[in-house]
Design a protein around this ligand. Sequence first.
Ligand SMILES: [Zn+2]
Length: 352
Amino acid sequence: MNQRINNTVPSVAELKSLAAGRWFDILIAAGIDADKLNGKGHPCPKCGGRDRFAAFPNINGRGAVHCRHCFTKGSSPSPGDGLATLQWILGLDFRATLGWLADWLGVKSESQSKPRPIARRTVTSERGTNAEPLEPSIDFDDLAKQFFCEMSRERRESLAKKLQVEPRTLVRLRVGYSEADQATTWPMVDSGGRCIGLRLRGHDGDKWSYRGGRGGLFVPDGIATKIPRLFICEGPSDAAAMLSIGLPAIGRPSCQGAMPATVNFVRRIGCHDVAIVADHDEAGRNGATRLARLLVTVANTVRIITPGNPGDDARKFIAGGGTPGHFDQLLHEADALMLAVRRSVPNSTERN
Ligand SMILES: [Zn+2]
């Protein structure tokens, strides 16, 4: 069991000395892939590219990394130590980063827990279904960050176990906790990455939305531009399951939800091969077909796959042993929907 070393907030120096020699695990927990920490050039976990990201020597001792594009001498924070790396990858301010690290190290004191934010709750009206939602009047980016900081490592690990996903995928999806709602919070973003709503999930698995927000996409940190293929799942826990086996995935709020945002997101990241992972039921199938017709306008190849048996979803399929190889097989068997099929394709017969 982790024991608190004292009742006061640990100092920065104390946290740094506790973290020294454990940075490798800490940075993995924060969402950086282990194989990117070998000192060689890799795609940046935040902004992609080919080899712009690298860890500095003695990664486990110091925790320093850099990205030539988004984490350089001129950026704030700038690279130098593990705390700066954490602040950069988690996107938190310095104080919140210390809180996250203290929690990970098991030395977070109660006095560090912030009271629950009081948000102005208003309900915006609906508008056309072909447009993305209006800007909500609550600062959901801020709210999501505060809930993220309230999510303890212990709670995250127990949620991950329950969902049968990797805990760090929950960090990448910025899953938080609301004490007042007694629920985990799952941020939903628009196609530009701005948080516009929160999905709440109670202890019994009940789901509802934070009032005043809108349905959006569940997008993990580090979905880089120029990925060769993107999986689009129904719901955030399916996306977490896909991410857990190393497949780049985002989640939609429901089988019919956030279609314009999905199309805009795929266009923005420039991914030309997308796979819609549909639930194995009629509603899932219908929603996927509708989305596929929209996606062929921005992607070269769109496939629909339904893993597992009737009634299953991707998470259940993966929990039952589904691997990336199984998904390759499903994609291989699926029909590829392409815009090209709408044009007349010349064939081998001679025409006069
Ligand atoms: Zn970068």
